[in-house]
Write a protein that binds this ligand. Sequence first.
Ligand code: F3S
Length: 287
Amino acid sequence: MRKVVVAKTAGFCFGVKRAVDKVYDSIEKNGQDKQIYTYGPIIHNEEVVKDLESKGVKVINSIEELKAIHDGIIVIRSHGVKKEVYDIIQKNGLILEDATCPFVKKIHNIVFEESKKGRYVVIIGNKDHPEVQAIRGWSGDNTCIIGTEEEALKFDINPEQSVSIVSQTTFNANKFKYLVEIIGKKGYDINVLDTICNATYVRQTETANLAKQADVMIVIGGRSSSNTQKLYEISKKECNNTYYIQTIKDLDLDNIKSDSYVGITAGASTPNNIIEEVHTHVVRGKF
Ligand code: F3S
């Protein structure tokens, strides 16, 4: 008999699920009378964005576009936004649906408060990432973003200045530690606030554990999703029969024996219905 187990942490993390649900709830409640916008695509998943589009949701891609809108509902995604966006929403009389992940919002509050205390803020993260840009927007002038060893080595401010360090929620924990160590050796009075979210770590650990037991592993996610690629690598290390699929169409059941133990996991932007579809297909598949 085939045994099929879906990882508990497969797919959306808490913050992304909350944001996507908020848009669908909003469509249900207000879709008939109000135009709904998301500030940036709600999630890095084309299927979800297309589905929302078909239900009338529009994506705003810049502050300029937002400034020109004077009616409707704006949903802020889990990455959060800088203060200016809230100000425009208020000024233009728009209705706000804030789906900023509470873990991200906590970082906004930290950098705001630390800046107010006169501390220099270092954000460890990728400077092009929207989450990091939003965090930057809540911090004072004395702030910098560090994402590489080189940047950490170059960090050089007034030695009297105290420093508070935060991290992008999805930054690699080991790299964060390493960069903090480099800055720590420079002799500043530093306060390290580890704001990494453990959703990614928990998903990866569960994938490794499941792959250790399974005969076949199925990893579901977009080809360009870096966190899904990472899950695939982790799984492949423990289970040679690991398959990377985007949707059910890529799945060849001939590769799975009738008595196999099959583990299923999915990247952070894979919607639940795709995971369920694959699950059902593998359970009911030909034997
Ligand atoms: Fe997700 Fe929020 Fe963590 S969006 S990865 S639960 S910080």
